[in-house]
Design a protein around this ligand. Structure first.
Ligand SMILES: NC(=O)c1ccc[n+]([C@@H]2O[C@H](COP(=O)([O-])OP(=O)(O)OC[C@H]3O[C@@H](n4cnc5c(N)ncnc54)[C@H](OP(=O)(O)O)[C@@H]3O)[C@@H](O)[C@H]2O)c1
Length: 330
């Protein structure tokens, strides 16, 4: 069934080749001049996902693919395909190298932007990249910020948020709390080598958020930009848990004893240094965990559940779904 020359099902003019635009032959008169618009090359919406191999980016890709969105995965390395998603095309994007900006965004209409942890100077990296993306006609930008970034000028995300607001256009800010995925990342070796959690968080409660849920929120914001335009969402998990409770959760999931040893600031610094972390990262990680003692990440925010229409994933679900990550390494 066609409607004025437009195939209802495919939204392609029946005379056009789906692989490329074939316009009316020269000299032919189109009986429907309003079809001019329809004959223009169809722009396939394609989202560029930065940090594609990271905790959040890979979940953004998963959620976008599930919604049928075409994705381009950005990487600063020289691989040609994102190893997690061999079907997804990749583009080289090094946020420290402006020469990579324009080719990476070309042909994309939406952007998921994250700040790699090693990049502190966002004014010379992420902000010019945003400008390049806007200049290339990128529509909605979803930025992975951090809880409290609006009030905290020290975190690098603050300047990116301010730049997006000043630059205008469609954007959505995601401000998550502590990731559940830190247990499979920053805390992973402590769990698999020592069967312990070792952070200077005292008895502080944390509402760990699962990056799988963040991926789904990002996909929502990218695919329904008019609903989320200019919004800033603080995103947490559904339950506040202490690291004592987290140890109990992992003990149950891994079927072996796991303990929490509250670290002192000095002890934690020495521990991270022995693991080879640079001083800058040690300072940031220590500061963040000491903040937990004062309840900085203890509040459950309603945004995630309200956006997804369901409760966020719990830490116990995260642990159960990823047990292989903490197989004993001895
Ligand atoms: N961990 C938490 O609890 C937490 C909570 C709230 C907010 N955050 C924020 O979330 C962000 C981290 O997200 P994540 O955990 O998903 O990241 P991640 O797993 O640490 O991955 C970092 C990503 O950055 C990419 N990357 C590294 N250098 C790059 C460069 N020069 N140019 C372009 N890309 C580069 C890496 O990919 P390639 O190597 O392929 O380039 C990788 O995909 C940070 O901004 C952090 O502050 C974290």
């Amino acid at each position: 069934m066609t409607l004025r020359g437009l195939d209802k099902e495919t939204h392609l003019a029946p005379w056009s080749d789906p692989k490329g635009p074939t316009l009316t032959r020269a000299g032919q008169t189109d009986p429907f001049p309003e079809n001019e618009q329809l004959r223009k090359p169809m722009m396939t919406p394609r989202a560029l996902v930065t940090g594609a191999s990271g905790n959040v980016g890979r979940e953004v890709i998963r959620a976008l693919l599930a919604r049928g969105v075409e994705v381009r995965a950005a990487t600063s390395s020289c691989v040609t395909r994102a190893p997690l998603y061999p079907e997804v095309e990749t583009a080289r994007l090094d946020l420290r190298d402006p020469a990579t900006f324009a080719p990476a965004v070309q042909g994309c209409s939406a952007l998921f932007l994250m700040r790699p942890p090693a990049i502190a100077d966002t004014k010379r990296t992420l902000n010019p990249f945003i400008d390049a993306a806007r200049a290339a006609g990128i529509g909605p930008v979803v930025f992975l910020s951090v809880a409290g970034a609006e009030k905290n000028k020290i975190v690098p995300h603050h300047a990116v948020e301010a730049h997006l607001v000043a630059r205008g256009g469609e954007f959505t800010l995601l401000r998550p709390g502590f990731f559940a995925q830190n247990f499979g990342d920053a805390y992973r070796l402590d769990l698999s080598l020592d069967d312990r959690l070792f952070v200077p968080a005292g008895e502080g409660l944390v509402t760990f958020v699962d990056t799988r849920d963040l991926g789904e929120v990002a996909a929502l914001a990218l695919t329904e930009p008019e609903r989320h335009r200019g919004a800033a969402y603080t995103l947490t998990g559904p339950d506040p848990v202490s690291f004592y409770e987290a140890a109990r959760i992992f003990c149950e999931a891994l079927s072996r004893p796991i303990r929490y040893e509250p670290a002192s600031v000095l002890g934690y610094g020495i521990h991270l240094r022995r693991r080879g972390l640079p001083w800058g990262q040690i300072a940031v990680q220590t500061l963040l965990h000491v903040g937990l003692r004062f309840g900085q990440a203890s509040v459950v925010e309603p945004a995630l559940a309200s956006l997804l229409g369901r409760k966020g994933r719990t830490l116990a679900e995260y642990a159960r779904d990823h047990v292989a990550l903490w197989a004993r390494a001895r």
